[in-house]
Design a protein around this ligand. Structure first.
Ligand code: UD1
Length: 422
């Protein structure tokens, strides 16, 4: 198992090219199941979760061809309509094959998903949505069995679905299913995340009829079939945010390329509040910091609010900032697993229910720590970059699920990170 050894207290300077978004690439790769045509994608990041998705799609029968800059997917002939446990256990987003398989082939069998251990993360809203569209669903031995074969032509039926909680993959799953359903589907209380919009735009290019992307009411008018298209995946908001916070903490000046600042406004506002200087120019964001920061309060919420996927990184930042701050997590229970490890590095953090109280102090020091989930691991990297001495982070396979070439990119801007295999 790989570990990272990080030498701390080095300032960061230079340019970072931000990769394509994992959370947009996953549903867009999976949307290839909706069409017998060819889907050609660019800006797909090279990540473990992407490989897992490709393996799953390959198993289902999707033909996949890749070169350095693009991935071509063709789901003309499908061999399986089931996604087995072994292929989906490490990645919760695998549940996204349910909607496309059910709407195109009238049948699907998908193992209940795994993924990051950040709370119970049920999929009840997905299931209730498919049932509202007429599907028959039963859960048996850890598998969701879904069928619309009893409906005329086996097609799902459009309807209004009120989602009681904003769910990103839930919105994506139901939106994909609705593209081939009979009639109109309204998704009420839909997720407004840019990744949902990116998927929606790709589906529109494939011939889907979708209105209201980026708002809480998405209307989809089903069509009989979709065709292939070409699409470039949007930038990764969380990767960009992670490099910006790193530089705010260590001090220095970096420029992130390939980003759209409007989509990370909540992150930028908090960094400015903490005292970092930020300049935006076309697709570039430059951050300058002397490393002396003010602690800031924040509460996570669905887009356009502050993203839960940046909560752990800002927690690491607050541990070295001046003052006492409060971070409240409202999306996932059990998403404070990084706290214990940050405390091992000298942080002063108390947890009261879903709020962490952080007493900032400039004294993190290197230690042996363990990565627990994807974003928690990122917070440990940031803490290590600003800590005194050497930090060893174990179990970094979580990082490989979501950050493309993390150590190469950080080392290019002046960090000292080494990967070791034990
Ligand atoms: C997605 C992102 C993840 C991010 C999260 C919130 C992907 C692949 N992952 O995860 O990085 O942290 O959005 O921005 O895009 N819920 C239910 N029932 C459901 C579905 C969700 O109760 O059927 C709850 C969840 O437990 C959670 C909340 O709704 O408390 C939001 O979850 P959701 O938006 O679905 O997260 P994911 O789509 O899994």
């Amino acid at each position: 198992m790989d570990s990272l050894i990080i030498q701390g207290q080095r300032k960061l300077f230079g340019d970072v090219l931000i990769s394509g978004a994992k959370n947009a690439a996953l549903p867009i790769l999976i949307s290839s199941l909706l069409t017998p045509g060819k889907l050609v994608l660019k800006n797909v990041p090279k990540l473990f979760d992407i490989q897992t998705t490709e393996k799953l799609l390959h198993f289902l029968g999707v033909e996949i061809n890749k070169d350095e800059s693009s991935i071509e997917l063709n789901a003309k002939l499908i061999n399986h309509i089931d996604a087995p446990y072994d292929l989906v256990k490490t990645m919760r987003a695998s549940i996204l094959v349910l909607g496309p398989l059910l709407s195109r082939f009238s049948k699907a069998r998908v193992s209940l998903p795994g993924g990051c251990a950040i709370g119970s993360r049920p999929v009840d809203i997905h299931i209730r949505g498919f049932e509202a569209m007429g599907a028959r669903i039963n859960i048996d031995q850890g598998y969701i069995n879904a069928s619309s074969e009893h409906l005329p032509d086996g097609r799902l039926i459009g309807t209004t679905i009120n989602m009681d909680q904003v769910t990103v993959t839930g919105t994506e799953n139901l939106m994909m299913a609705a593209t081939l359903a009979r009639g109109e589907t309204i998704l009420d209380n839909a997720a407004k995340e840019p990744e949902v919009v990116d998927l929606g735009n790709c589906l529109i290019k494939m011939g889907a009829k979708i209105l209201g992307l980026g708002t809480k009411k998405i209307t989809i008018t089903g069509v009989e079939s979709l065709s292939g298209t070409k699409h470039a995946v949007m930038f990764d908001r969380i990767e960009a945010g992670t490099y910006l916070v790193a530089t705010a903490m260590t001090g220095g000046e970096i420029c992130c390329h390939g980003v759209d600042a409007d989509k990370i406004e909540a992150i930028i506002l908090k960094l400015k509040e903490a005292g970092a200087e930020i300049k935006i120019n076309d697709e570039k964001i430059t951050i300058k910091s002397d490393g002396h920061l003010k602690a800031i309060n924040l509460t996570t919420s669905p887009y356009p609010g502050f993203p839960t996927d940046m909560q752990a990184q800002f927690m690491a930042m607050n541990t070295i900032a001046k003052g006492t701050s409060e971070i409240t997590e409202t999306i996932f229970e059990n998403r404070f697993m990084h706290v214990q490890e940050l405390v091992r590095m000298g942080a002063n953090i108390d947890i009261k229910k879903n709020t962490a109280i952080i007493r900032g102090d400039d004294k993190l020091s290197g230690a042996n720590v363990m990565a627990t989930d994807l974003r928690a691991s990122a917070s440990l990297v940031l803490a290590a970059l600003s800590a005194k001495g050497e930090t060893k982070i174990e179990r970094i396979y979580h990082l490989d699920r979501g950050y493309e070439m993390l150590e190469e990119k950080f080392n290019q801007i002046g960090a000292k990170i080494k990967r070791v295999n034990q």
